[in-house]
Unconditional design. Structure first.
Length: 182
């Protein structure tokens, strides 16, 4: 039973720039830059028939390519931080693609996603990290300025159920369509 999610791939040069932010935070398990991505929709552990249905519905998505901008660092978890992230700007094309994915996944039979979509790249997962250490880390680091990259596809990825944070496998690639000439 695959554990699936749809995502935007992070180009190698962007992953390399973000990887420079690794280190210096006790309790952090840093993600491998090859596993950096922006999750669009987590599907979870689904059977092979549902996986085929999801693949078919995702292949029907027709959207134009767009740009994504990484706009800063943050953490998830509030008083009990659980991740260090690089925030992506919630630009309209990104939000619309995610909403389209959500609608299609529901139509295919998946339960609605309960968490609000916050576009981000997870840089580290935290275990017993002190909120003070996280605040210190964030105050002394900043994401490289103006990291913008083009998005011309999204992917369906799988993860091992027992291990959070990769390695991830790309199961399918769905190209975004260029505007047809008028």
């Amino acid at each position: 039973m695959p554990r699936l999610f749809s995502a935007l791939s992070i180009p190698e040069d962007v992953a390399s720039a973000l990887s420079l932010l690794r280190g210096g935070l006790p309790g952090a398990r840093w993600m491998d830059p090859a596993d950096y991505h922006i999750t669009l929709r987590f599907m979870g552990d689904i059977d092979d028939a549902m996986a085929r249905d999801i693949d078919e519905t995702l292949a029907e998505i027709h959207r134009r390519p767009f740009d994504v901008t990484i706009e800063g660092l943050d953490s998830f978890g509030g008083a009990r931080p659980r991740a260090i992230i690089a925030r992506a700007a919630p630009a309209a094309p990104l939000m619309e693609l995610q909403a389209d994915l959500e609608r299609r996944c529901r139509r295919a039979g998946l339960d609605p996603e309960t968490r609000k979509f916050t576009p981000h790249v997870t840089l580290a997962r935290l275990r017993d990290a002190s909120p003070l250490d996280v605040a210190d880390y964030l105050s002394t680091r900043s994401a490289p300025r103006s990291i913008t990259f083009p998005v011309d596809h999204f992917v369906l990825m799988s993860a091992r159920a027992s291990v959070g944070g990769g390695p991830y496998i790309t199961e399918a690639v769905y190209p975004l369509l260029r505007a047809s000439p008028a």
